[in-house]
Design a protein around this ligand. Structure first.
Ligand SMILES: [Fe+2]
Length: 228
């Protein structure tokens, strides 16, 4: 007869436990919020020759805007439920690629600036460039030609892991024309905000200033990371 109170206590705990588990699990309308991205501090780049601090500080602010909007869209999209037919969902999803790639490409761009030395001629990257383009100068000429194309976008040296081949690509805006599965080695911003403050419409002089400030040690280390 003494077992009945014990059974009631055990049953009470089991029911309470089930209620706690049920309340902790996200429902279909309470989705878990995605982790946020944090803007990287690139102020160590200030003082570079040929790229003024005014232009760089403005560029940092634009980059921080991409990070902010990436996080904003992550939150908005995580709160939405859609079968894809909803045009608001579809446009926000498309916009997310713009903001995310804008964030990531600026980090790669600022990340390959701030250097003072040339690429070592005996480095693995220099040897691969020579193999794929005939010479370093031939590759440089093509990379600059890509960066000189009309329109806003990026010139990027990509490595194709499938073949090991290096290729220069034009990226329109931030999100269009990326080669699937390839990895970025050298990234150059040729949106007008990257040069107009210092060079007005003279993109050629900006590209020269970019070239003079490439951190080849960083570029070479990216290459080594992707070919491991
Ligand atoms: Fe930019």
């Amino acid at each position: 007869m003494d077992a009945l109170p014990h059974l009631i206590v055990i049953a009470t705990f089991l029911v309470a436990g089930l209620i706690m588990v049920a309340s902790a699990a996200p429902t279909t309308t309470e989705k878990v919020k995605a982790a946020h991205y944090e803007a990287v501090d690139f102020s160590k780049l200030l003082g570079m020759k040929g790229l003024s601090d005014t232009m760089l500080n403005n560029h940092f602010k634009l980059y921080q805007g991409y990070v902010k909007n990436t996080n904003l869209l992550l939150d908005k999209l995580s709160e939405m439920e859609s079968d894809g037919a909803d045009p608001v969902y579809a446009e926000l999803k498309r916009r997310f690629a713009f903001e995310f790639d804008g964030t990531r490409l600026h980090e790669l761009y600022f990340g390959n600036l701030g250097g003072k030395r040339s690429l070592e001629q005996k480095s693995e990257l220099a040897e691969r460039i020579e193999r794929d383009f005939g010479s370093f100068d031939a590759w440089k000429k093509d990379f600059i030609a890509v960066g000189s194309m009309r329109g806003v976008g990026w010139a990027i040296l990509y490595e194709d892991p499938g073949t090991g081949r290096l290729m220069n690509f034009w990226i329109a805006e931030h999100q269009n024309n990326h080669p699937a599965g390839c990895l970025p080695i050298l990234v150059m911003d040729v949106w007008e905000h990257a040069y107009m403050t210092d060079y007005q419409l003279d993109r050629k002089s900006y590209i020269q200033a970019f070239w003079d400030n490439i951190d080849w040690g960083k570029v070479q280390s990216r290459y080594l990371q992707v070919v491991k």
